[in-house]
Design a protein around this ligand. Structure first.
Ligand SMILES: [Zn+2]
Length: 62
């Protein structure tokens, strides 16, 4: 299982790489600041154990 996944910032659209703690569960959500524009992204992390892939969707953090 890979531990790093990429997502696009909800604000500026730039790609970010984030470390995912796979021991934290199949579905996780947390806030991480964009490495480009420093605005807070709400990340929804979903793990697919069959394909060992991680997908992340982002939303604005109020
Ligand atoms: Zn950004």
């Amino acid at each position: 299982m890979q531990n790093f996944a990429e997502y696009l910032c909800a604000y500026c659209g730039e790609p970010n790489t984030t470390f995912v703690d796979v021991s934290g569960g199949t579905n996780q959500s947390y806030v991480e600041d964009c490495q480009v524009c420093c605005r807070p992204n709400l990340l929804f992390v979903a793990m697919d154990w069959e394909t060992e892939s991680i997908s992340i969707t982002t939303d604005y953090q109020e």
